[in-house]
Design a protein around this ligand. Structure first.
Ligand code: ZN
Length: 213
């Protein structure tokens, strides 16, 4: 992924990534989040390291440092600051990070897919819809059942997150694209399941709130 480029300012080849290693001028920032932070493309990420890099790069890219620089560097610093913020927001969050890696690897992660019920949840979804129907028709006896279902969904989310973490670690130990793409397939369906369960929880919350309103 490392792209070699000549420094726009001094023309040196092998200028380095963000700042030219010879004349120190700011280079056109890479849009790749991992590359931008100089981090390996892993799904598990050292949060402290990421945070440290974020703060030091924020300082290096601060607009005050560019007031007397060329227009080119001013422009690059704005671009780089914006990539820095987006990259940090995405990489610090395990779910967004995984979605980013999937998208970059050519997977589609649309909301569309999240409408299909994961087969292993069919029973829960059926039960939930029944209970919600009863609630809507004014049967409040169903409230404890809904609470219990909500609790179960949250527990499922905890399990899903633990499974995801295992798959992240597994992904990071693999050395070929083929092996990695098998794990990414699996991660994509776990993320789908996760999104689906989250939507179920929101649905329960929405119904319970609208009832209290
Ligand atoms: Zn240079």
């Amino acid at each position: 992924m490392e792209h070699e480029h000549n420094c726009w300012q001094c023309g040196s080849a092998d200028a380095g990534s963000l700042f030219c290693r010879y004349c120190n001028s700011l280079q056109a920032p890479t849009p790749d989040y991992y590359h931008f932070f100089g981090l390996p493309r892993t799904l598990s990420l050292d949060q402290t390291l990421l945070q440290d890099r974020f703060y030091s790069m924020s300082r290096l890219l601060h607009p005050d440092r560019y007031t007397r620089r060329s227009d080119q560097e001013k422009r690059y610093s704005l671009e780089a600051s914006s990539i820095l913020n987006d990259a940090y927001r995405v990489l610090r969050d395990p779910i967004r990070r995984a979605e980013y890696v999937l998208r970059e690897a050519g997977y589609e992660i649309g909301e569309q897919r999240s409408k299909d019920v994961p087969p292993e949840l069919l029973e829960e979804v059926f039960e939930l819809n029944m209970a919600l129907d009863e609630l809507r028709s004014g049967d409040t006896d169903v409230l404890p059942q809904l609470d219990e279902m909500r609790r179960r969904f949250l527990e499922m989310l905890g399990d899903v997150d633990a499974t995801l973490e295992q798959h992240f670690r597994r992904h990071d130990t693999l050395s070929t694209d083929e092996e990695r793409s098998q794990v990414l397939d699996r991660i994509r369906s776990i993320l789908h399941r996760r999104r689906y369960i989250r939507n179920l929880v929101s649905e329960v919350d929405r119904q319970l709130t609208s009832r209290n309103a």
